[in-house]
Design a protein around this ligand. Structure first.
Ligand SMILES: Cc1cc2nc3c(=O)[nH]c(=O)nc-3n(C[C@H](O)[C@H](O)[C@H](O)COP(=O)(O)OP(=O)(O)OC[C@H]3O[C@@H](n4cnc5c(N)ncnc54)[C@H](O)[C@@H]3O)c2cc1C
Length: 511
């Protein structure tokens, strides 16, 4: 059932078994899963069905460190979006950022969960095996095709062994034809559901604790029009993305001055993204020509590949995992003439003759305590303190990136993949943009001194508050976080289903 907060009339309190905040991929997954299994759920969403720039403005951030990309109606790589959404890194609307994303789904690798002794604060307290069944079931339900079978397809195996000889590795991701939009996938189910109420136009402004100060009893919400409502629940899940989930914990400071879950001053810290650079090119060599069909980007849906230095090199050189993507740029008539005149062999894939590949270089960064969000003194239109984002890098980040570029360039040439040309614009952290992959602000750990949530994504120091978001990622080693966000959300849904009593509570209380 859909309800706008403005339709609540005089009613000021709602009560449900489960309260989920945020209707992006994570929140939609948890809330529909629990509702399907008989639990009564309210899904609180700041946005509405139609995009509203005034609501989007609630996402405005005060930047203290490196800035995010900015809204750019002329942005070439977001031309598929309406101008109001070109260049935004997250979206305040029913369906969240799934309204704009590009639909690349990628597993983390087993090694990504392991600690690397040369990467401070690395290692997850759960393993790849803990997520595998959730990756698998999501891939099946969303009809992704079989990433595991793709990894052992004979052509990919041969390609992998050829580049392995040069100290490189490839991994695959699945690229949807039309990216999953929460609204399309779940909208009708949500509208028809008797157990699930989607409350739109309602921005969660504060979490209220009971007397124990360990139990979240309610979520206070407000709309831009001034309507206020309190949503009470036995279990609360924050699925508002990495920035807003941490913001709400910090802003809920009336009963605990440092904010909820912040006993060890860790909420908002270890903020990372994937800085990316996308203006270089690759002139294809013999190996690329041989495997050009493996490097196609179209037609979608399809499996695509990306490159990195192999694990041994990363360990030997003490590097982070940086990833390189190659997008085919097809030959023009003039390009064909030039190629024929210079006797350059054609690089033919299933779509045409590739002139060159656009290179996208994407960077992992060291999880670092001082890269963080705090609350600014500036206020948003609801009177709440804005996020102050201090996105920082370490010397290790810079060294790792420069060394990786050098080694990739050498190894691409040696293996016959080709030669890079970054022109006057080599990748540097100064010129790179964010990838809209905010991570790490409520990192997962085995103990409260090391993180904000436990291995079930429950906020330490509380007994009923959970986070479904890349906020819980302790590291961001690979590109494309959303498959892992979804797998974690599925895992959380199952955990909550097992732990929450199936006794219905009084449906709606009017006060
Ligand atoms: C242009 C673009 C392309 C991308 N492409 C890819 C890709 O190909 N592959 C990939 O893996 N990732 C990609 N991403 C990242 C991906 O979109 C995100 O990782 C993912 O959508 C996050 O989902 P989420 O549910 O955690 O958060 P979101 O989708 O951001 O959902 C958060 C929700 O919470 C709501 N909310 C926020 N604050 C409040 C509040 N106080 N009260 C109530 N509600 C609130 C928001 O309105 C929103 O609906 C891309 C991102 C962008 C911007």
């Amino acid at each position: 059932m859909f309800t706008d907060i403005l339709e609540m009339g005089e009613q000021t309190t709602l009560r449900r078994q489960v309260v989920v905040v945020g209707s992006g991929i994570a929140g939609a997954e948890v809330s529909t899963y629990l509702a399907r299994h008989g639990l009564e759920v309210t899904l609180i969403e700041s946005g509405r069905e139609q995009f509203d720039p005034a609501i989007q403005a609630l996402n405005d951030v005060t930047f203290l460190g490196k800035r995010h990309r900015q809204l750019n109606p002329n942005s070439y790589y977001h031309r598929y979006l309406p101008p109001a959404l070109r260049g935004v890194s997250r979206v305040r609307q029913f369906g969240g950022t799934s309204n704009v994303w590009t639909g690349k789904w990628k597993y983390l690798q087993p090694s990504d969960f392991e600690g690397r002794d040369w990467v401070p604060n690395s290692g997850w307290p759960i393993s790849f095996e803990d997520l595998l069944e959730h990756y698998r079931s999501a891939a099946k339900d969303y009809s992704f095709g079989d990433l595991e079978a793709e990894a052992v397809r004979p052509e990919i195996m041969t390609f992998r062994s050829k580049i392995a000889a040069a100290g490189l590795k490839v991994s695959s991701f699945y690229w949807e034809q039309t990216p999953t939009r929460t609204v399309k996938r779940f909208g009708e189910e949500m509208r028809q559901s008797k157990n699930l109420q989607v409350l739109m136009g309602a921005t969660a402004t504060e979490l209220m604790l009971d007397e124990s100060k360990q139990h979240v009893s309610a979520v206070n919400c407000r709309s831009l029009e001034g309507k206020e409502i309190t949503v009470e629940g036995e279990t609360v899940v924050l699925a508002m993305g990495a920035l807003e989930s941490a913001r709400l914990l910090l802003a809920s400071d009336r009963q605990i001055p440092a904010g909820i879950g912040n006993e060890h001053d860790l909420v908002g810290r270890f903020y990372t993204d994937h800085p990316k650079h996308h203006t270089g090119s690759l002139r294809p060599g013999a190996l690329t020509r041989e495997y050009a069909r493996e490097l196609q980007y179209a037609p979608k849906p399809r499996f695509c590949t990306c490159f990195a230095l192999d694990d041994q090199t990363q360990e030997a050189e003490k590097l982070l995992e940086h990833v390189l993507y190659l997008k085919p740029i097809y030959e023009t008539r003039l390009g064909a003439l030039r190629r024929i005149l210079t006797l350059r062999p054609a690089c033919q894939d299933g779509n045409g003759i590739v002139d060159s590949y656009r290179v996208k270089f994407v960077v992992e960064q060291v999880p670092h305590k001082d890269s963080r969000i705090t609350l600014s003194t500036e206020r948003d239109p609801l009177g709440k303190r804005k996020i102050a984002l201090d996105w920082r890098f370490t010397e290790q980040d810079k060294r790792s990136m420069a060394k990786t570029i050098q080694l990739l360039a050498e190894r691409f040439e040696q293996s016959g993949l080709g030669a890079f040309d970054f022109g006057n614009d080599p990748p540097t952290l100064e010129t790179m943009t964010d990838a809209a992959h905010q991570m790490g602000t409520t990192r997962m750990a085995n103990r409260p001194e090391a993180g904000v949530v436990d291995t079930n994504c429950r906020v330490f120091g509380t007994d009923n508050l959970y986070i479904a978001s890349s906020a819980v990622f302790p590291t961001g080693p690979s590109y494309s976080p959303t498959f892992t966000i979804l797998a974690l959300a599925r895992r959380l849904g199952e955990h909550l289903r097992q732990t929450i009593s199936l006794q219905p509570v009084a449906n709606v209380a009017i006060r």
